[in-house]
Design a protein around this ligand. Structure first.
Ligand SMILES: [Ca+2]
Ligand SMILES: [Ca+2]
Length: 214
C-alpha cells in the first residue's frame, strides 16, 4: 500500500517528489520502472471525481474488477463492494464543488427528511425538497390501508420492504401482513408499486413504512 506521505517523506531520499491527489478529482498513472528509474511499461491509469463522504473509488472485485465507487474506505484491506449506480447518480445530481459530506448516502442536503439513499431510490431531486414518496389511496372507512410508491428497479441490489406495526416500536418485517397488488414498470427505470395491508391481523393495520436498502 502506498500513501501520500510516502511520496513527501524527507526521511526517504527516494520519496522526496511532491505528490498528492486532489480530493475534488484527479487521475493516476501507474508505470513500471527498473531499479535505475528507467520506465519500462505503462501498467494502469484511473480517473476519479470527488467521492461521497465515507466512500472511495477502487476496483471490485478487489484488484480485478472495474474502477467504481465503493461502499466504504478500506485502506490496507480488501475493497468493499461497488455501487456504481449511486456514483453515476451523484455525478449527475450534484454540481462540481459540492461538499463530500452532502453526497453521502445518509445525508439530507435539502432538508426534506429524505436521505440521499431515499432520493436515489425514489428518483427524486436531492437538492430540492420533496414531499412523501408514499401516495395514500382513498379507501372507505374500515377498509385496509392502501398506498402506492414509485421506486427504481434498474439498480442491482436496491431493495424495498414494507414493514407494519401496531405501535411504531415492534415492526413485522416479514411482509406477511402486506399484499403487493401490482408492480407496473415505467419507462424511466422505475416501477409503481401498489400495496394493501391485509385485513388480518387488525392490530397490525395501524402503521406501515418502506425500508430501502442498497
Ligand atoms: Ca433530501
Ligand atoms: Ca429532495
Amino acid at each position: 500500500m502506498l500513501t501520500e506521505n510516502q511520496f513527501n517523506n524527507p526521511a526517504d531520499s527516494g520519496a522526496l517528489i511532491p505528490f498528492s491527489l486532489n480530493s475534488a478529482g484527479d487521475d493516476v498513472f501507474l508505470v513500471e520502472a527498473d531499479a535505475a528509474g528507467n520506465l519500462l511499461r505503462f501498467a494502469d491509469r484511473v480517473e476519479f471525481s470527488v467521492a461521497p463522504e465515507g466512500m472511495t473509488f477502487g476496483r471490485y472485485p478487489d484488484g480485478a474488477g472495474s474502477f467504481d465507487l465503493l461502499r466504504g474506505v478500506t485502506s490496507g484491506g480488501a475493497n468493499t463492494t461497488a455501487i456504481p449506480a449511486y456514483g453515476e447518480w451523484v455525478a449527475t445530481q450534484f454540481p462540481p464543488g459540492t461538499a463530500s459530506s452532502s453526497m453521502a448516502l445518509a445525508a439530507d442536503p435539502d432538508s426534506d427528511g429524505l436521505s440521499n439513499l431515499l432520493e436515489f431510490a425514489f428518483k427524486l431531486d436531492p437538492l430540492k425538497p420533496d414531499g412523501s414518496p408514499i401516495n395514500l389511496q382513498p379507501a372507505a372507512a374500515g377498509t385496509p390501508l392502501q398506498f402506492t410508491f414509485t421506486v427504481r428497479t434498474d439498480v442491482t441490489g436496491l431493495a424495498n420492504r414494507i414493514d407494519v406495526s401496531s405501535d411504531l416500536t415492534a415492526w413485522d418485517t416479514t411482509e406477511a401482513a402486506v399484499e403487493r397488488l401490482s408492480t407496473v414498470p415505467n419507462a424511466d427505470g422505475t416501477a409503481t408499486v401498489s400495496v394493501r395491508l391485509r385485513p388480518n391481523p387488525p392490530a397490525l393495520q395501524k402503521h406501515a413504512r418502506i425500508m430501502i436498502s442498497l
